[in-house]
Design a protein around this ligand. Sequence first.
Ligand code: B12
Ligand code: SF4
Ligand code: SF4
Length: 375
Amino acid sequence: MILSADISATIHQAARDAGFELCGIAPVRNFGELQLFPDWIAANRHGEMKYMEARNQAGDLKRASLANSAPWARSVIVCAINYNTAQPYSTQVPPTEAAGKGWISRYAWSQEDYHDAVLRRLRQLESSLGDLLSSTDHCPPATGPCFRSYVDTGPFIERVYAKYAGIGWIGKNTCVINQKLGSWLFLGVILTSLEIPAEAAALPAPDRCGTCTRCIAACPTQAIVAPGELDARLCISYLTIEKRGDIPQPEEGRKDLRAEMGRHVFGCDICQDVCPWNRKAPVTPAEEFQPREGLVNPPLEWLAEMQPEEFRETFRGSPIRRAKLTGLRRNAVIAMGNSGDKKFVPLLKRLSQDDDRIVANSAEWALERVEAQDS
Ligand code: B12
Ligand code: SF4
Ligand code: SF4
């Protein structure tokens, strides 16, 4: 039989064996950060991400507390894996190399979709823990599910549990940052009905942002409205990945979001690129996170003209499918407008007649923008 004090060490070792760099265990509590969530939703900061509004039968927001979404859970095992690769940061690409090219964020150019890559490892961890613990009195079969693994899809805010599991602190850019590894980390979470003894749980990592505000200053859309508080509706990551339809036209007193998207075609890394804790971030040897050919600085014409079959082929098993073909083409067309490069004029003229109304609308905007540039 495994003694309580050994469980934490057993879990950490099994996580390392499954390929995670970091692992920690958080207790289930109503942490202060979770209490900010209902106001965040009430302020509509989640935009069109309606799944974040999910409520349980009692009408409580699921993500606000595990008591609302998984009342059987007693502890949260949080694992993290480094996905950084030996590629330049978006803020470091020389203008000559960036010209006419888009930017796909670091997490998304990978060989394998991170959801699959992380879930595979979580399942391995789950199964070794199941084997190790099933014979002990910690996990009697009658108590129902002992482990449930999630990457992104669980109805809870992973980063809050990552903080209390000691993985890292939540930076002013809202990302979890580890002192040694930086923030290029995917999180994977296993909820468990196992009561892991409090003394074995890690302490929350101390906040090491200090007086730095680089991420806030560098964000092109001012989406970080206060330290640690993001208005997703302004975030380029949201606009390029989650936002369906047209990118909204400028509101009173605000700059044009399309113009601020720059050359981003999927996601955005700026607030992490400028973070001093990523200056010496190590790179991963994991094959599945290495970039697919053609996805670092991809040519904008290629993306803007992509057809359904090529989209399916190119992005099979890639998180980029989430933007859908329309979204990716829309983003590429907007990036052409932002390039100011007149070589795109003939293509933009053609695309302004595209059958896809969203692409056509964006092309009209881009055409106007390119033509307005001084020759
Ligand atoms: C929805 C979502 C998004 C949305 C919204 C992001 C956001 N900040 O909320 C969008 C599409 C914009 C997005 C973008 C990105 N995402 Co995302 N995303 C998620 C997802 C699915 C849910 C996050 C969530 O619940 N947000 C809700 C808000 C309220 O949470 P939060 O910002 O963390 O909120 C806390 C603070 O804001 C604070 N707070 C709230 N109000 C206030 C007010 C004040 C005054 C203060 C001080 C604090 C404060 O308390 C909050 C908790 O209530 C998670 C996976 C998961 N299930 O958790 C991945 C996740 C957070 N994303 C991830 C990644 C990698 C990204 C991107 C880097 C991808 C990219 N390159 O484009 C960017 C990063 C942008 C950024 N700066 O956050 C990783 C983060 C890993 C890490 N190291 O932190 C996660 C954990 C996925 C994973 N499994 O690895 N994402
Ligand atoms: S991901 Fe980009 S747009 Fe979003 S908060 Fe960070 S810098 Fe701003
Ligand atoms: S850039 Fe500075 S303020 Fe922003 S997350 Fe990194 S250390 Fe914190």
